[in-house]
Design a protein around this ligand. Structure first.
Ligand code: HEM
Length: 503
């Protein structure tokens, strides 16, 4: 009994003290208001324009918007009393705020979206049974998300990066996703190394600052990334507009026709407005002037009534050709020669509409290379197979187990049996279980070819961009990477060495 009274007295004293402190703070605030000269009252039109929130009224002498709606206030004991724990309105308001933001993507974090449609040029039944590639008279609704592979929400749009270009085709028999990057090759060819690759391109885990050593150390241990390097460090790595950017499927898929004939397929989006990129100096300047320049450009184009168009092209290959090629066509560090495997125009994507709500229509888009339809399959491309599960798992984590039912994903009636894929069905696979690299590695031929096919100016930019970064790497990594460049092309290596001495 005594203890209870002591506790009661203690709480009383505590509440009195709290009240006294609040009164003091309030008096001090009132005094400071009185000392400030009242700002001139704005013109009527200006006042009305500024006070756009319902329930808010202009304060007589301070111009501060004050609220007078009960639901804008916490539940307290009297105007100065403590906030009550049972104020579910307050707690629900704050908790909804904390939970409403979806978890960010592990990669391709920053992005922008647009909606449109796809129109087929001619029936593709000769090559695939895919429903959306049969009838040129049908227009297929689409959603597209452009993104930056290694990014956070503040990454400048023009920073050197791989850009993503993913499109969802909303079909009557399901959804088909086409995930593309703006660089045709990847830096690894086995999914096992993806976490290392992304870590090497990310800020230091010690101080969260960019650390070039991580990247060059990874490069030194990854000769197959030499070809990717010749793309990322060329001006192709810095782009100011999605409207003039190409998209490449990077991995090799399969198209299967009604007779069961399978062909390897690589996808290409070609911008109708032509391809353009910018040099490092322009990229740096734009990053300061407007870090969201590419997103702004896309938004403004569509908001102004314009459209953005890309032509879908494919390269097809009979799998029997595989053995005649000097490289492995299922190796995503390689391109297929366009002379030998010409681009075949398939149809046109037209972006015509901006999102109305970024979070629900763009942030919640869930793409996966395994969202396929009958007639399109995964090939034995190791990277693609490694990717086939992880996207759904990433989406379960960031959007919850019902991610398919989110309206923009339009897979509300999906069931696991829909993931049934005919990939490899009817084909035999036998051999020893091993963990090893592919046989036809050939890490340098295409890197050299890429360097030699660039214009003189583009070559000098590539050389300068590599030199400016590589000069900060450790001696050991420099020697290794220069060794790879030498294997790609002697002159390329000599030029980088010379630029490093001058840099
Ligand atoms: C083993 C290699 C790879 C792994 C493990 C991987 C993993 C992922 C993950 C986890 C996401 C985020 C998914 C989400 O939260 O919705 C993602 C996004 C993406 N990936 Fe990959 N990725 C790999 C390789 C590639 C390659 C080769 C491409 C080339 C086309 C690619 C293109 C994209 C694109 C464009 C996105 C963004 C999709 C969007 O806009 O939501 N990825 N990747």
């Amino acid at each position: 009994m005594r203890e209870e009274r002591t506790f009661h007295e203690m709480m009383q004293r505590y509440n009195q003290e709290l009240l006294r402190m609040r009164q003091q703070a309030h008096a001090a605030k009132e005094a400071s208001f009185k000392q400030e000269p009242a700002p001139a009252r704005p013109a009527k039109e200006e006042t009305e324009a500024k006070i756009a929130f319902p329930g808010k009224v202009e304060s007589g002498h301070t111009q501060i918007c004050r609220t007078n709606q009960p639901e804008d206030h916490s539940l307290t004991v009297g105007p100065q009393g403590p906030v009550l724990l049972q104020d579910t309105l307050l707690h629900e308001t704050l908790e909804t705020f904390v939970h409403q933001k979806p978890i960010e993507r592990a990669v391709h974090t920053k992005g922008y979206g647009a909606f449109g449609h796809f129109q087929l040029y001619r029936c593709m039944a000769e090559y695939t049974t895919a429903s959306f590639l049969q009838d040129p008279s049908r227009s297929i609704p689409t959603a597209t998300r452009f993104s930056f592979a290694v990014s956070n929400k503040g990454t400048p749009d023009t920073a050197r990066n791989v850009r993503g270009f993913s499109t969802k085709f909303y079909l009557q028999n399901g959804v088909f996703d086409l995930l593309c990057n703006h660089i045709p090759v990847f830096l690894i060819r086995d999914a096992m190394r993806f976490p290392q690759a992304i870590a090497s391109l990310s800020p230091s885990p010690i101080n969260n600052l960019p650390d070039g050593n991580l990247f060059w150390d990874f490069m030194a241990h990854t000769p197959e990334a030499t070809h990717f390097l010749t793309w990322l460090y060329s001006d192709a790595g810095t782009v100011a507009s999605f409207r003039t950017m190409r998209g490449y499927g990077v991995n090799t898929y399969i198209w299967r026709n009604a007779a069961g004939k399978r062909r390897y397929v690589k996808y290409h989006w070609i911008p109708a407005a032509g391809e353009t990129c910018i040099d490092a100096a322009a990229a740096n300047r734009l990053a300061c002037e407007n870090p969201n320049v590419a997103g702004q450009d896309l938004w403004d184009t569509l908001a102004g009534g314009g459209t953005v168009e890309y032509e879908l092209n494919v390269q097809l290959m009979d799998p029997q050709m595989e053995h005649t090629l000097p490289y492995d066509p299922l190796d995503d560090t390689k391109v297929w020669s366009e002379e030998q495997f010409p681009l075949m125009p398939v149809g046109k994507l037209t972006l015509e509409r901006n999102p109305e709500n970024y979070t629900s229509q763009v942030e919640k888009l869930a793409f996966s290379p395994a969202n396929l339809v009958d007639g399109i399959e995964l090939s034995n491309d190791k990277m693609l197979q490694g990717r086939s599960f992880i996207y759904w798992d990433a989406q379960r984590r960031r959007l919850g187990p019902d991610f398919r039912s989110i309206p923009v994903n339009r897979m509300e009636h999906w069931k696991p049996a829909d993931a049934f894929s005919k990939t490899g069905l009817g084909e035999s696979a036998c051999g020893e279980q091993i963990r090893t690299d592919i046989e036809k590695g050939d890490d340098f031929t295409q890197a050299g070819e890429r360097y030699r096919c660039l214009s003189e100016e583009a070559r000098s930019h590539l050389v300068e961009n590599i030199a400016a970064d590589l000069k900060n790497a450790s001696q050991k990594d420099q020697t290794c990477v220069l060794g790879y460049l030498q294997k790609a092309d002697e002159t390329f290596c000599e030029q980088v060495k010379s630029a490093m001495r001058q840099a």
